[in-house]
Design a protein around this ligand. Structure first.
Ligand code: NAP
Length: 287
């Protein structure tokens, strides 16, 4: 099976390459942003025509949620408008397009896990641009959209991945947000599920993939990290952790975020017969 990955220098793209490296039957070609700008239609068409992959995994995205409020044009170009030409290039090559999307397509007003059937209603530019991208991919007959959330691994450059270092180095207690509830997703678990999906020959559909366990806040995640470090290293000195509730997502200059965007991954678990791990299980690899 030949797989082409875009955005290969990013957090998920890096992990997809690592997971593929251990697989005999996968020939992976990975393009970082410098090697393939996904907003360059002609370059995308050339790369896909030259490689003739079975699957294209698009992990390239405008992922800076606050910056998307300011750079709306760029966010829509990268998260939405480049996807129709990418799907057209896939169609010519007979490739399936696997596109990664987000829980931020939801408004957060539910209090039970979002399923694929729930209506979307993005409350920030990033979420709106990702939703438009989903629609472009899903209108292609061989388009797959995987919604995920709070991806973390050693290769992530986000707050969840930074928590072990902050706990070890900070002298003052860490103040950590405790009102936004979400589902952390350990990137290697997601990458492995993508390969199961491709090996099974799935060619279309909308699926949620996150770790299980009902989600958590950043504060709860940090407490779990602290407890796991302490269990491994009794007597270790770590910074304290204090919760703060942002309450309203309305923070001047920053994007609004859904307060609750836990997703159910039951549909993909049933389809692929996956036993999806709990969100805490990836923490062992972070510390
Ligand atoms: N991280 C999360 O918590 C999270 C949550 C939900 C959904 N997602 C989705 O998951 C996917 C992967 O996210 P991630 O965490 O791996 O994000 P990431 O680390 O920010 O990776 C995105 C990659 O896209 C690249 N890129 C930017 N512009 C590009 C262009 N014009 N052409 C080609 N590549 C370009 C970036 O390169 P530069 O670094 O050089 O800009 C970066 O390497 C994205 O679709 C994202 O929306 C992520």
């Amino acid at each position: 099976m030949k797989v082409l990955v875009t955005g290969a220098g990013g957090g998920l793209g890096t992990v997809v390459q690592q997971v593929a490296a251990g697989m005999d039957k996968v020939h992976l070609v990975a393009y970082s942003r410098a090697e393939l700008d996904v907003t360059d239609e002609k370059a995308v068409a050339r790369a896909i025509a030259a490689q003739m992959p079975d699957y294209v995994i698009n992990t390239a995205a405008f992922t800076h949620v606050d910056q998307a409020e300011i750079q709306q044009e760029e966010a829509f170009l990268l998260n939405a408008r480049c996807l129709e030409p990418m799907a057209a290039a896939c169609q010519k090559a007979g490739a399936v397009l696997v596109h990664i999307s987000t829980d931020y397509v939801f408004d957060g007003t539910k209090d039970t896990p979002y399923t694929e059937e729930d209506p979307t209603n993005p409350i920030n530019v990033y979420g709106a641009s990702k939703r438009e991208g989903e629609l472009a991919v899903l209108s292609y007959e061989k388009g797959i959209v995987i919604r995920t959330s709070w991806i973390y691994s050693l290769h992530s450059k986000n707050f969840l991945a930074a928590i072990p270092r902050l706990l070890r180095s900070n002298k003052e207690p860490l103040r950590i947000e405790h009102s936004q509830k979400n589902s952390p997703t350990y990137a290697p678990h997601l990458a492995e599920a993508l390969f199961v999906l491709m090996h099974r020959g799935i060619t279309n559909g909308l699926y949620h993939y996150t770790n299980t366990g009902g989600g958590c806040t950043r504060y709860t995640f940090a407490c779990a990290v602290r407890d796991k470090i302490r269990a491994k290293e009794p007597g270790v000195v770590l910074a304290g952790i204090k919760p703060f509730e942002s309450g309203t997502p309305d923070r001047p200059g920053l994007a609004q975020r859904p307060l609750y965007s836990v997703m159910s991954a039951q549909k993909i678990a049933d389809l692929l017969e996956l036993d999806i791990p709990h969100w805490q299980s990836g923490i062992d690899f972070l510390i």
